[in-house]
Design a protein around this ligand. Structure first.
Ligand SMILES: Nc1ncnc2c1ncn2[C@@H]1O[C@H](COP(=O)(O)OP(=O)(O)OP(=O)(O)O)[C@@H](O)[C@H]1O
Length: 241
């Protein structure tokens, strides 16, 4: 369970999140929605431990995640093992010479045996449809291929929680469908999926919970798919984002 209490985040240029209270249970498929610049990416950065809130607290189960706690490399590593983050910009995530090396990097850092690493890499490449790309240079892949390799490299750490920032951007309609189906399968296998999207229509049949932000960086709504179904006006608004 991820718990945010009165979280605000201030960039030098201005506020990105304003007094957010949110509890995200394990095993959920959560869609983060809202207009450009409302704070979705910033929230994902806080959940991943890459950024700390200016005020408020962030807790994973019973553990308070603070800058002090994250200073310990072992604790930081435990967090990154538990919570994987697929960035909006794959170029920030991919830095190895081959796709195979990219997906192997995380498990190798954990000190896993080479045979275990090889198995994990093969499984994650297959799951994301990247097996044929394994000898390619990540930097030279198409946008959609990079997204799938980034997901494979995150899955290789077998995180319980997957954070995804606009994972459908740059994918063809078919590839978007495949990505959503894969995320649904991962959720059905027990993982928590938290994805930011500007496309409500695409995610509305997949997400079970919708967290919606206002343009002023406050929380507009936090509701189940069923509750959202009962609000056609809100659905129409979300379709226009
Ligand atoms: N590194 C940064 N430095 C300064 N301001 C930033 C930075 N990153 C984001 N912001 C600002 O913080 C606010 C929230 O940005 P954020 O990227 O979290 O929103 P978002 O909802 O993910 O937007 P989008 O849908 O366009 O991806 C915006 O006003 C943005 O301009």
């Amino acid at each position: 369970m991820l718990t945010l209490a009165n979280i605000s985040f201030q960039y030098p240029s201005g506020l990105a999140l304003d007094q957010i209270n949110l509890t995200l249970p394990a095993g959920a498929f959560v869609g983060l929605l809202g207009p450009n610049g409302c704070g979705k990416s910033t929230l994902l950065r806080i959940l991943s431990g890459l950024a700390q809130p200016t005020t408020g607290t962030y807790q994973i189960d019973d553990q308070l995640i603070t800058a002090e706690w994250l200073k310990q490399p072992q604790q930081r590593q435990a967090l990154h093992q538990k919570i994987g983050f697929v960035f909006q910009n794959s170029d920030l995530q991919l830095f190895n010479a081959t796709v195979n090396a990219e997906v192997a990097y995380g498990p190798q850092q954990l000190g896993l045996a080479p045979t275990v690493v090889a198995h994990r890499v093969a499984d994650c490449l297959a799951l994301t449809g990247c097996t044929d790309l394994k000898d390619r240079i990540p930097y030279q892949l198409s946008g959609g291929e990079k997204k799938r390799v980034a997901l494979a490299s995150v899955l290789a750490l077998n995180p319980q929680v997957l954070l995804l920032d606009e994972p459908l951007n740059g994918l063809t309609a078919g590839a978007q469908q495949e990505m959503l189906t894969l995320l649904q399968q991962l959720q059905q296998a027990g993982k928590t999926i938290i994805m930011a999207s500007h496309n409500f229509q695409q995610i509305k049949t997949y997400a079970q919970r919708f967290v919606i932000f206002n343009a002023d960086h406050t929380l507009a709504a936090d509701l189940t798919a069923k509750a959202l179904q009962a609000q056609p006006d809100l659905q129409a608004e979300l379709a226009l984002l």
